[in-house]
Write a protein that binds this ligand. Structure first.
Ligand SMILES: Cc1cc2nc3c(=O)[nH]c(=O)nc-3n(C[C@H](O)[C@H](O)[C@H](O)COP(=O)(O)OP(=O)(O)OC[C@H]3O[C@@H](n4cnc5c(N)ncnc54)[C@H](O)[C@@H]3O)c2cc1C
Length: 510
């Protein structure tokens, strides 16, 4: 039997040694939570770690609970559109029941995606089918690999255990805020797809689903970009938040959808050592790269601005999917040891208040910012460089004559006054929020802090409506919208969980 043990230890106390000395009857432990409190560090107070441990004492052992699955059958082979976290975890879950799937992915296999992406970052040649968002592994493949999620689900532990099975560090299964980094995710995804192929699942790469096939209010199959048609009574639509043409196709065929709120803004990038010192004071060199989570709420307008997807020791990426648009995002490797730390700072965009009434107003809102960013970059350089200005320049809305600090971005940055790419309310809220964040982390508005624009794809601006019990489209039988693109996830873990939920609901119904 295991027990919980809560501890508060100075950051430089070795946990193993502490337990040996103070709890000699503990024979094994897992760290469930390890959170750093360094709030007093800038004033010289030693940071402390709060631990929640799961421990076993002499004679005990950790209980390994393993789920058992019974073989099941479906009337037709399920088709999964999109090999991102939602699609791949749906396939893994089907596999538990012995059900094979067809998985259709518009982009390249993970290993070849790297080449396409580096062509884009280095030469500005975007492969619109194989990029940071599209290809085996989905948008998750080039992510920061933070696995933390706000959703509550029993399937989270299944996702973590599966990731460990395919090569993630053991701690992923029990720590509260696991992080894999892009370098580890890439290897894990390839192992997952190799396993699925070995088990008989059929993968179609470099082929897009252009249309769904309909019979009255039923979806009965898919039409591929090479003209082939595949039939199934179970179509899982897991195409992610960037596959705009799919939303238009669904709308033309009266699949029920609803506009939803989202957020847009910029990436802020600090030299890591500086940010570490702001948060960890003189202890910075002895601690891991500093993280933050900041938010600001304007009561009058009921609008929020917040940090999102913080990547300590990471890189700012160009992650667009349109050749005439620029989008930024962030990633890190497992070691989180690049000389920079970055995070999105975004303002909430309400639908319809901020964008307009129609279903696609949010999409057009995002698109317009991305296009303006591209045009600005093209006007000043080649169109691949990310528009950037220092925080000071942004607050004054005016560029100075100094060169920009060096950025982590492999696509390079270009000094540009990007204020006008955003609607005015976004600029105003960013300004207020940035000043507020400087009060919370002194030095946040450092002269070397860069703002890189635009961060537009924080989540899908649409929801594909589904029944809350069967998870089937409310307008079309046989169609199961899932993951981030359908509006039911906001990250790797929640997308994976959603893929599993959809499989379970299909099996329950059939
Ligand atoms: C740079 C970056 C960093 C991120 N960092 C993090 C992080 O640290 N932590 C976190 O939790 N989340 C992070 N995210 C978000 C996370 O990656 C997504 O939430 C997650 O991948 C969504 O999973 P999904 O399966 O729903 O969709 P996606 O991962 O977007 O996968 C959709 C797949 O569908 C394919 N597809 C699209 N249209 C078609 C079509 N018509 N036919 C066939 N295939 C199609 C695409 O090619 C893609 O592979 C990051 C995202 C990016 C871009």
């Amino acid at each position: 039997m295991s027990q919980k043990l809560e501890l508060k230890l100075n950051f430089d106390v070795n946990l193993d040694e502490y337990l040996k000395k103070h709890h000699p009857n503990i024979t094994d432990y897992h760290i469930l939570t390890k959170s750093l409190d360094s709030r007093g560090a800038p004033r010289g107070k030693k940071p402390v770690y709060f631990y929640i441990l799961e421990v076993v004492k002499k004679g005990g052992s950790f209980q390994e609970e393993s789920e058992s699955f019974k073989t099941k059958k479906l009337s037709s082979t399920p088709i999964i559109i999109g090999a991102g976290p939602a699609g791949l975890f749906a396939a893994l879950r089907f596999q538990e029941y012995g059900i094979k799937c067809k998985i259709i992915e518009r982009g390249q296999v993970a290993t070849k995606r790297m080449l396409d992406i580096s062509q884009y970052w280095k030469k500005g040649i975007l492969n619109t089918e194989s990029n940071v968002c599209y290809g085996e592994g989905g948008a998750g493949l080039f992510s920061d690999g933070k696995l933390i999620t706000r959703v509550k689900s029993d399937y989270i532990s299944y996702v973590m255990k599966k990731l460990v099975e395919f090569g993630a560090p053991e701690e992923t299964a029990y720590i509260s805020n696991p992080h894999l980094g892009s370098n580890k995710i890439r290897v894990i995804i390839t192992k997952i797809t190799d396993y699925l192929k070995e088990k008989g699942h059929e993968f179609f790469y470099n082929i897009r689903v252009d249309e769904l096939l309909y019979e009255a209010d039923k979806v009965i199959g898919v039409k591929l970009s090479d003209g082939r048609e595949l039939r199934s009574e179970h179509i899982l639509l897991a195409t992610g938040h960037s596959a705009k043409e799919m939303y238009y196709h669904l709308n033309e065929n009266k699949v029920a959808m609803k506009a939803k709120s989202f957020a847009v803004g910029v990436r802020i990038e600090h030299p890591r050592k500086k940010l570490d010192r702001m948060q960890h004071g003189k202890f910075a060199d002895e601690l891991e790269a500093a993280r933050y989570r900041l938010s600001y709420h304007d009561k009058q307008s009921d609008k929020g601005a917040y940090s999102f997807c913080m990547c300590p020791g990471g890189y700012v990426l160009s992650s667009g999917t349109d050749s005439d648009g620029i989008v930024v995002n962030g990633m890190s490797n497992f070691a989180r040891n690049s000389p920079w730390s970055n995070s999105a700072i975004v303002v909430s965009v309400k639908s319809p208040e901020d964008v307009g009434e129609d279903l696609f107003a949010g999409l057009r809102f995002q698109e317009s910012i991305e296009k303006k960013a591209y045009e600005l970059s093209k006007e000043l350089a080649t169109g691949r460089e990310l528009p950037a200005m220092t925080v000071g320049e942004f607050l004054k809305e005016k560029l100075n004559s100094k060169d920009l600090p060096v950025s982590s971005s492999p696509s390079k940055i270009i000094k540009a006054n990007f204020i006008s790419i955003f609607p005015r309310f976004v600029v105003e809220h960013l300004k207020v929020a940035l000043k507020e964040f400087d009060r919370k982390i002194q030095g946040f508005l450092d002269h070397e802090a860069l703002l890189i624009a635009p961060e537009t794809r924080t989540s899908a601006p649409l929801t594909i409506l589904r029944d809350k019990d069967t998870l089937e489209s409310i307008s079309h039988q046989g169609l199961y919208p899932c993951g981030e693109g359908a509006g039911y996830a906001g990250g790797i873990t929640s997308a994976a969980v959603d893929g599993i939920r959809v499989v379970e609901s299909i099996l329950k119904k059939n």
